[in-house]
Design a protein around this ligand. Structure first.
Ligand SMILES: Nc1ncnc2c1ncn2[C@@H]1O[C@H](COP(=O)(O)OP(=O)(O)OP(=O)(O)O)[C@@H](O)[C@H]1O
Ligand SMILES: [Mg+2]
Length: 375
């Protein structure tokens, strides 16, 4: 299958919260496209709007948030090996409590939440969570029905209880839960934090979603379990052509998993590139600073890792024009604090939001005066 078949498009997404001290622009004009079978990584410092973007794709923005923009899901209706019927669903326009989004959530688009407890119900066992997801959403081919002139459509059939239990035990085993035959009957409070996270991963993967949103999916896990889970995700990518939106602070993991990476800063995308290009030649000064903070093999341990200058700004007092300018080592006074940079294409599959790469803006008179004074 072609990798360029669109699955989810997020266009000019804005999520603003009116709070006592002003407006928090959690997401402020963010765009991303995810194709079928593709892994897109999203990286950026804490608070830049990664989880909020993920929740918007699930239509789970908190009620006090005001959301604008478009979230388009290309839902596959049926396929017969030759042709595919796809319909566009505007997720942002669905009732967050309605039937339509419930069919999509969990089944077509599943999410591993950053906080495992938020998606596990304390009164249900680990196994029940998986059984419910499988019963509701898993496509099990049944009899062939429909339009015999052009295509045959396979009807979904109900999964039997015995089959669902088998799937649940198998999924728990595959996410590295020891003694899954017993653990399947455990309640969330009887599991450790890492086990709860693995149960949530098992629930999300058990329905074979079109898109898996993985928000810091492996933070509570030790490295061998992490490797096992990442392998499982890749395996599902191969077998059911699942796409992944991978959100993480772990640049090593994202480098290994993602085909393409979007770098986010204060609710906007600031750079987008193929993973190899981004790591080999980061363009935005923010991306360079993020990458400089990863330890490299061979570095002396007493050498301090680079940190990004300054702090993420207060959402109530955002810097003018380029919001990164007060922290930027390449800051051009009179320019970066005056002209909001556009997200522009600078090469094949390479985009960046930075005036260093935008020749359409000559120096302002103020910038020239500042430069002249410095000479
Ligand atoms: N219900 C809410 N009301 C007001 N502001 C909120 C609400 N939920 C989130 N925010 C704010 O939205 C911004 C983005 O939050 P988000 O959780 O998306 O960040 P993140 O990039 O996922 O960070 P992290 O890496 O720490 O997970 C933050 O400034 C946060 O304080
Ligand atoms: Mg988050």
């Amino acid at each position: 299958m072609e990798k360029s078949e669109p699955l989810v498009e997020v266009k000019d997404l804005r999520i603003h919260f009116d709070v006592r001290d002003g407006v928090v622009k959690a997401v402020d004009g963010f765009n991303v496209e995810i194709n079928r079978g593709q892994t897109v990584g999203v990286i950026g410092e804490s608070g830049c709007g990664k989880s909020m973007t993920a929740k918007a794709i699930m239509n789970m923005v908190p009620r006090n948030g005001k959301m604008t923009g478009e979230i388009i899901f290309h839902r596959k209706m049926a396929e017969d090996g030759q042709s595919t019927m796809v319909e566009e669903v505007r997720i942002d326009q669905l009732d967050p409590d309605g039937d339509e989004i419930r069919k999509i959530r969990g089944g077509h688009i599943a999410m591993i939440f950053q906080e495992p407890m938020s998606s596990l119900t304390p009164v249900y066992t680990a196994g029940f969570h998986i059984l419910e997801a499988v019963h509701l959403h898993r496509f099990i081919p049944g009899e062939t029905i429909g339009d015999t002139m052009t295509r045959n459509i396979q009807k979904k059939r109900d999964v039997t209880d015995a089959e669902a239990k088998e799937i649940a035990v198998d999924m728990l085993r595959r996410v590295g839960i020891p003694r899954p035959e017993q653990r399947v009957d455990s309640y969330p409070h009887q599991l450790s934090g890492g086990q709860r996270q693995r149960v949530m991963i098992a629930v999300a993967l058990s329905t074979h979603p079109d898109l898996l949103i993985a928000d810091e999916p492996t933070t509570a896990l030790d490295v061998s379990i992490e490797a096992q889970i990442l392998d499982l995700m890749r395996e599902l990518q191969e077998t059911v052509h699942m796409a992944i939106l991978f959100i993480t602070h772990n640049l090593g993991v994202v480098a290994e998993m993602a085909d393409e990476i979007v770098v986010m800063y204060m609710g906007k995308e600031v750079e987008k590139a193929k993973t190899v290009d981004l790591f080999q030649d980061p363009k935005h000064p923010y991306t360079r600073a993020l990458l400089a903070s990863i330890p490299h093999v061979g570095e002396k341990s007493e050498e301090e890792l680079a940190t990004i200058k300054g702090m993420v700004p207060s959402p109530f007092n955002l810097p003018s024009a380029c919001v990164f300018h007060p922290r930027c080592p390449e800051f051009m006074p009179g320019k970066c604090d005056r002209i909001p940079p556009k997200f522009g294409q600078i090469g094949e599959d390479r985009w960046v939001r930075c005036l260093l790469y935008d020749a359409s803006w000559p120096d302002t008179a103020e910038a020239q005066a500042i430069k002249a004074a410095g000479d």
